[in-house]
Design a protein around this ligand. Sequence first.
Ligand SMILES: Cc1ncc(COP(=O)(O)O)c(C=O)c1O
Length: 417
Amino acid sequence: MEKIPFAPPRIDQAIIDEVTETLRSGWITTGPRTKQLEKEIAALTHSPAVLCLGSATAGMELALRWLGIREGDEVIVPAYTYCATANVVVHCGAKPVMVDVLRTDGTLDPGKVAAAITPHTKAIMPVDLGGMPAHYREIGDLIRNPAALKLFSPGSPEQEQLGRIALIADAAHSIGATYRRKPAAEWADATVFSFHAVKNLTTAEGGALCLNFPEPFDNEAIYKTLNRWSLHGQSKDALAKFGGNSWEYDVLEAGYKCNMPDVLAAIGLVEIRRYESDTLPKRRVQFDLYHNLLSGFSWAELPWFATAEKQSSCHLYLLRIRDISLEQRNAIIQRVFDAGVSVNVHYKPLPMLSVYREMGYSMKDYPVSCDFFEREISLPVFYDLSPAQQERVVQVLADAVQAETGASSGLPFHKTV
Ligand SMILES: Cc1ncc(COP(=O)(O)O)c(C=O)c1O
């Protein structure tokens, strides 16, 4: 029986050639390829400045630290996300204030965000779940409304200059997505993408921090500061120290170590050059096909990936099964695995994780996240997934749902694809 994996990376000859060339070039750590990738991400996302890093987690943490987020501060995050979104807030000593999500697309519920804003709120971190941008206009309106501006109490020179709650987008899933016809990165002060191995655009591990702070901020100057912070606060990076007699450097602050090496940027350069012309369209076709195959099943609650306002990057196909319990969902997943198809669950809500449960967060405060999680199954999506494999995924799933719930499993399979 052929096994269908969940999301293997696309490692083809083009990637192997570019990585090999980088290895042969003699320069494998941060250098020309990383800087070139930053330029190409800036062009794709219309960002004034982009810093490539070792992960999205590092990018989110640098952004929060640069804003001066610290103990006593609150940062609003969705309860329904990967742990990284809240962990970085904890790293800064601040409190993640978890807010429930919308039933429709699983992104932060702006109405509930409004109720969670206090004088301690310093930032909001929406998550573009599965590649679907959060509701940036509504959240942007909230942080700019007179009541929120009055409540805002800056705790650092950067917060003082911004004069309002910062919007830091966890866009780990959504490179290439659009919101109101613009790249989603244009709607937040800072936007962070992940290039982890399972992401639409990968560098094996990696991330990019896109800086888009409003005037009078100088995003290029912020870039320079954070670039230095990503390398221990050294006044010169390895490339600047290389060649000639330029070994001497200073350390201006006790920085971090989270730079992206060229050998990984090489993968990203191949990926980004085919992203809009090849990767994204392919994923959209795959999402459309799942939609067509599943739309005849009354048990299938299909994910939103294109609305009048938003175009998803089609990262995760977040299917929900109607009217099932957590136990039934888990049993369905087991059957699907037994039939050779890898599926996944995104996400176990943060309050269910030991670390956050022990801090006092409780699932009863997040009914939508709870319901989303209990009925969610993410289907395989990757470049080489064929239409025939997608049909098999859906057939296997339909059989599993029928076995667990008695629902019909036969409907749309005589349609031509
Ligand atoms: C929603 C979300 N945020 C942040 C991250 C962290 O990304 P990285 O692994 O690049 O740090 C992930 C990774 O899967 C994610 O899914």
